[in-house]
Design a protein around this ligand. Structure first.
Ligand SMILES: Cc1cc2nc3c(=O)[nH]c(=O)nc-3n(C[C@H](O)[C@H](O)[C@H](O)COP(=O)(O)OP(=O)(O)OC[C@H]3O[C@@H](n4cnc5c(N)ncnc54)[C@H](O)[C@@H]3O)c2cc1C
Length: 461
């Protein structure tokens, strides 16, 4: 461990759970959700309260260590080297409070979406979760948070109304629109670059169902389905948010019938409208007579598993980008790179429908107001060994490269390895984000996935 001469990190500062290289628990403690990523931090701490979190931050500072924070390690691939860092895992901080009267939820840093969805549903509330129940609420929210209601209600980051944070020097602060409003702006989409979130408070919505589900066809229909979906998205109302995936699913027991071992083209999503209106909106897709059609009135707490994302630690490779559009040539390129005639064995080649509120930009002041790009592209494969992972990473990259003529920047929550973070924000926000990093973490103590560097005077660069 570097820089620990004056002060030794104490297990009592991490709730009794501090793991150093060589300790028996170190390997389990450092393992991220994405087990394909081999993190080697100087130490791993598991605080179980806000006070312990602050103490751990202070102790790391005295020991000369930098700090990385993880709820789950879904975005572990986007972190820098951690050899001089204390990795703080917040998975022991799982308290959830639902204020049904105000329709507001407050969570501790280690809470995962599946638990919030359930807790909110008890009170007739729905929250803006993503496609996976075991993604962390805080990491997802700080990075944007694109879910099934995004075109109608915006990003989860826009729902954030307050936070309890620990500054990089160990102070506990309350943040809301009156106190440290600039930091609140940065937390809404600017990631973990500015402070450590101990608790997050955000809006929920008073509805309990959506018209939601999945259409799926054998992927021999990919050409027709992709072209129809792309043309349908051009004037789809804000009420609907969907994803289209080319799926090459392995024949493993974890994947349920009738999906196991199949190659499919699937469209899933949600419509915030009454049934007749929702059916009218989806009619051009249903007209293509999907083999599987589960779209129906659905309790909103079931939507967190709609996408059937893998749960529990998973070795995977992910690549992504935003697309400026999908004209005919772009659809040709997508199908040639990932479709039935392609050499690709990538498990998931996904297009997420953006637009709606996301295109107009949120009225809530935020680092990430939305996306000018109308589509996000995501490629995902499970990588059981490092060698297979390297080959699949290359295949994922080939699909992204094929779509390079329509490159529309990055959605940093989907960027699972280092990219230029400036591509993840409106150009006019970049300087403000760097100035806020200077104000809140001038020595760059925090190691966030997707580093926003401090703004330095011109003569210091
Ligand atoms: C299977 C899967 C499905 C996904 N689905 C969606 C989706 O539908 N929509 C979407 O928008 N994204 C989705 N994502 C991306 C996901 O939102 C990001 O990976 C997000 O960063 C995960 O947050 P986490 O806390 O689970 O991960 P972590 O790796 O634990 O955290 C990610 C980063 O968030 C920051 N962070 C975490 N906790 C704190 C804290 N307490 N204080 C300060 N900073 C913190 C850190 O910079 C950290 O490196 C998905 C990812 C996967 C792997």
């Amino acid at each position: 461990m570097t820089g620990t001469s004056q002060f030794t990190l104490s297990a009592t500062l991490c709730g009794g759970a501090l793991h150093r290289p060589g300790d028996p628990g170190y390997d389990d403690a450092r393992r991220a959700w994405n087990v394909a990523v081999d993190l080697q931090p100087a130490a791993v701490g598991y605080p179980s309260s806000v006070a312990e979190l602050a103490e751990a931050v202070y102790a790391a500072g005295v020991a000369g260590l930098r700090i990385a924070v993880q709820g789950t390690g879904h975005a572990a691939g986007a972190l820098e080297d951690l050899s001089d860092a204390l990795l703080i895992r917040t998975s022991g901080m799982r308290r959830i409070d639902v204020d049904a009267r105000r329709a507001v939820v407050r969570v501790q840093a280690g809470v995962q979406w599946g638990d919030v969805v359930e807790a909110a549903a008890v009170h007739g509330l729905t929250v803006l979760h993503g496609s996976s129940p075991d993604v962390g609420v805080v990491g997802y929210s700080l990075g944007g948070g694109l879910g099934w209601y995004a075109r109608a209600l915006g990003l989860q980051a826009h729902q954030i109304i307050a936070a309890t944070v620990v500054s990089s020097s160990g102070d506990i602060l309350q943040v809301d629109e009156h106190a440290h409003a600039e930091l609140l702006w940065a937390l809404r989409g600017g990631g973990g670059n500015f402070a450590i979130v101990a608790e997050l408070e955000f809006r929920a919505y008073r509805f309990t169902t959506a018209y939601a589900g999945m259409f799926a066809w054998d992927w021999s229909h990919a050409d027709e389905v992709v072209r129809r979906w792309v043309s349908w998205t051009s004037d789809a109302p804000d009420a609907v948010t969907t994803s289209l995936r080319l799926l090459q699913l392995p024949p493993i027991p974890e994947i349920p019938e009738p999906f196991r071992g199949r190659k499919l083209v699937a469209i899933d999503g949600a419509v915030l409208a009454q049934d007749p209106e929702a059916e009218r909106i989806l009619a051009p897709l249903r007209e293509l007579r999907p083999e599987i059609d589960t779209f129906t009135r659905t309790p909103s707490d079931q939507l967190v598993r709609l996408h059937m994302d893998p749960e529990g630690p998973t070795p995977c490779v992910i690549d992504s980008g935003l697309l400026t559009g999908l004209p005919e040539e772009a659809v040709d390129a997508f199908l040639a790179a990932a479709g039935p005639e392609s050499p690709s064995v990538v498990m998931i080649a996904e297009l997420r429908q953006l637009g709606g509120v996301l295109a107009r930009g949120s009225e809530t002041p935020s680092a990430l107001p939305g996306f000018a790009a109308p589509f996000a592209l995501l490629t995902v494969s499970v990588a059981p060994t490092p060698e297979i992972g390297a080959a699949l990473k290359e295949q994922c990259r080939q699909i992204i490269t094929a779509m390079a003529p329509w490159d529309g920047g990055q959605y940093l929550n989907f960027a699972e390895f280092t990219v230029d973070p400036a591509d993840g924000f409106p150009a006019e926000h970049w300087g403000r984000l760097r100035a806020l990093r200077l104000a809140w973490d001038p020595d760059e103590v925090l190691i966030a996935s997707h580093r926003i560097p401090v703004a330095r005077p011109h003569w210091l660069r």
